[in-house]
Design a protein around this ligand. Structure first.
Ligand code: X8Z
Ligand code: ZN
Length: 600
């Protein structure tokens, strides 16, 4: 997700720090605080649009010149946001309204990377940021002058069943990242210096402070949610490992209970949908092949986006503006390097919303389009709030909205939009649930481990000499996934995942994978749906739409717990909806796993 807040470096909310001490006679007054907030808001509105336009051009045309321009722009915004964060401290002792205090806290703690208060170091940090993102975006695997893009290599990983081919694609993509390592290390040093100047222990501590709860309690909360889902993940991992072992053989699989990362159908082993044919329940009937249906009905990228827009408008949201269609990027240009990783943008923080994607005409990207439009509709819904509140209730909410909508891409919905003629009988449900689990449950520990790595990198528990070993230790521990060949510190495998060079915090996706099921359950209830959750679609339902829109319009004005209450009549994140949704699959997996040696 990209919006101008990204470029202001302001995505996160700090924990509530209420302070009611009275000002001294010479100290700043509430009127001063108000004037300061006005100034910051006006500046962010103006400068944010400038920065967003530069970032858009940089991501759409990767050249030395746009990287240079991008770095200059990050440098300017970095200096500005740190200056404002420091200035905001002068109001710490003042008794202020909750609203003013919240906005000041966002100014002080909502940065992703804080620049040190030193002109040269700020410039250096900005250059590294711009460069790392460009290195990833332009990355290719070349042999004798013949180069393959990430898209091409990913296709091999998804479609090939040949171990050698898979291994080459997997290793090939990881040739783009070793050259990022030194700059990444320097970036960590500089960003930590900046975070410390703002009063945080390190950059990870700053990230953890953005969830309307004491920062020290946030990891405990994550652990609680992971503990809820882990038994389901473990059952899935065991079954998938067994089936892949039958296909590839014990020699390739090994005997440690883990799955080699190149066999799971996805470059990062974060979504296992592509190996469905190898692991599917034999009893399940054939599942609906959305990719084939899109082709059969002549869907191109434009039509896929139009269809997704139609889902959102069916809930009561206004159609996307004309400029969305004129200015978005839907297909990969042949003649230049672009950052293909899908993103949603809000250029002017009003109506100029766009997506940037290299759309493949398949089911995976059909879902991703819904994901991205979820960001855009959220951005537009909160556009009348203070610029400081033009954000998600928390970053997991922002990532969850489009996914929640995409959970309603059910057989009934596909019939409603004319892609199928009849709704298949429930005898196919186990297959449907397996497909969805390979997409969503496989992701959960991956979504968690990325920032476990980054937090340890930021606090020094993982030193630069252990970057890669630390990465694989966490991949092993959380996912039960292992490197297919020996990796060393000459590699930098974290850099081969967009969000590491792109510096996008990742816990948001872990949260989103829990929240989307919770939201789905609640919206289905609001829609009056009765039956199995995986059969529920909120398409065309006004009651569900109203509830959703209410949350979107709140933006970040209130703690996320308030938004949760609107949608779920509860103030807690909760993974029981995940378990409800997959209950029949869990029973089936546990039967299959009887007598198998599970675990790693
Ligand atoms: O990065 C994304 C979105 C953009 S916010 C396409 N996602 C994560 C990823 O690709 O790793 C969505 C799911 C997880
Ligand atoms: Zn997103």
């Amino acid at each position: 997700m990209k919006n101008i807040l990204t470029f202001c470096g302001l995505f996160m909310l700090t924990a509530c720090q209420q302070n009611t001490t009275k000002p001294t006679s010479q100290g700043p007054t509430a009127a001063d605080a108000k004037a300061f907030l006005d100034k910051v808001e006006q500046t962010y509105l103006k400068e944010g649009e400038y920065a967003a336009r530069i970032a858009w051009v940089q991501a759409n045309f990767i050249t030395d010149d746009t990287v240079w321009l991008g770095a200059k722009s990050i440098e300017k915004m970095g200096a500005l946001s740190v200056k404002f964060a420091n200035e905001a401290k002068q109001f710490d002792q003042l008794s202020l309204s909750d609203d003013m205090r919240r906005r000041l806290n966002i100014i002080k703690g909502g940065l992703t990377l804080a620049a040190p208060d030193d002109v040269e170091k700020n410039a250096e940090l900005a250059q590294i940021q711009a460069k790392l993102e460009a290195m990833y975006g332009a990355g290719k695997y070349c042999v004798d002058g013949a180069c393959q893009s990430l898209g091409q290599l990913s296709r091999t990983i998804a479609e090939s069943r040949d171990h050698e081919q898979l291994l080459e694609a997997w290793q090939g993509w990881r040739t783009v990242s070793p050259q990022m390592r030194d700059q990444y290390q320097r970036m960590v040093e500089l960003a930590n210096e900046g975070a410390r100047e703002l009063g945080f222990a390190d950059t990870g501590a700053m990230w953890r402070a953005g969830y309307d709860m004491p920062a020290s309690e946030f990891p405990v909360e994550l652990d609680r949610l992971w503990t809820q889902v882990k038994p389901l993940y473990d059952s899935l991992q065991c079954h998938v490992r067994t089936k892949l072992s039958e296909h590839y053989g014990e020699e390739i699989m090994g005997d440690d209970g883990m799955i080699p990362a190149h066999l799971l159908g996805n470059m990062w082993a974060q979504d296992w949908t592509a190996v469905y044919d190898l692991v599917k329940p034999e009893s399940a009937g054939s599942t609906i092949d959305v990719t084939a249906l899109l082709a059969k009905h002549d869907y191109d990228a434009q039509k896929m986006v139009k269809t997704a827009e139609g889902f959102f408008t069916s809930l009561g949201l206004d159609p996307l503006p004309e400029t969305f269609w004129q200015r978005s990027l839907f297909t990969k240009p042949e003649d230049r390097d672009v950052v293909c990783h899908a993103s949603a943008w809000n250029i002017d923080n009003e109506e100029d919303i766009r997506i940037k994607m290299c759309i493949k005409e398949d089911y995976e990207d059909f879902v991703t389009i819904h994901h991205e439009l979820g960001h855009n509709f959220y951005q537009r819904a909160y556009k009348d709030k203070s610029i400081l509140y033009r954000n998600g209730a928390n970053d997991g909410f922002h990532e969850a909205i489009g996914d929640t909508v995409a959970l309603s891409i059910t057989p009934k919905y596909l019939k409603d939009i004319g892609l199928i003629d009849a709704i298949p009988a429930s005898s196919n449900d186990l297959g449907m649930l397996m497909q969805k689990a390979l997409e969503k449950i496989a992701f959960v520990p991956f979504g968690l481990m990325i920032d476990q790595w980054r937090w340890k990198v930021f606090n020094g528990e993982i030193s630069p000499a252990e970057y890669n070993a630390g990465w694989w230790q966490l991949r092993n521990q959380y996912q039960g996934v292992k490197a297919p060949v020996e990796r060393t510190e000459a590699d930098f495998d974290p850099g081969a995942k967009y969000h590491i060079p792109g510096n996008t915090p990742y816990t948001r996706y872990f949260l989103a994978h829990i929240l989307q099921f919770q939201f789905h359950r609640e919206l289905c209830e609001a829609a009056g749906f009765e039956g199995d959750l995986h059969r529920c679609s909120i398409y065309n339902n006004q009651a569900a739409g109203e509830k959703l829109i209410k949350v979107l319009e709140m933006g970040a004005e209130k703690p996320w717990q308030d938004a949760m209450e609107v949608i779920a009549n509860s103030r807690d994140m909760d993974a029981t909806a995940v378990l409800d949704y997959f209950a029949p699959l869990k029973t089936w997996l546990d039967e299959q796993n009887q007598g198998r040696a599970c675990g790693w």
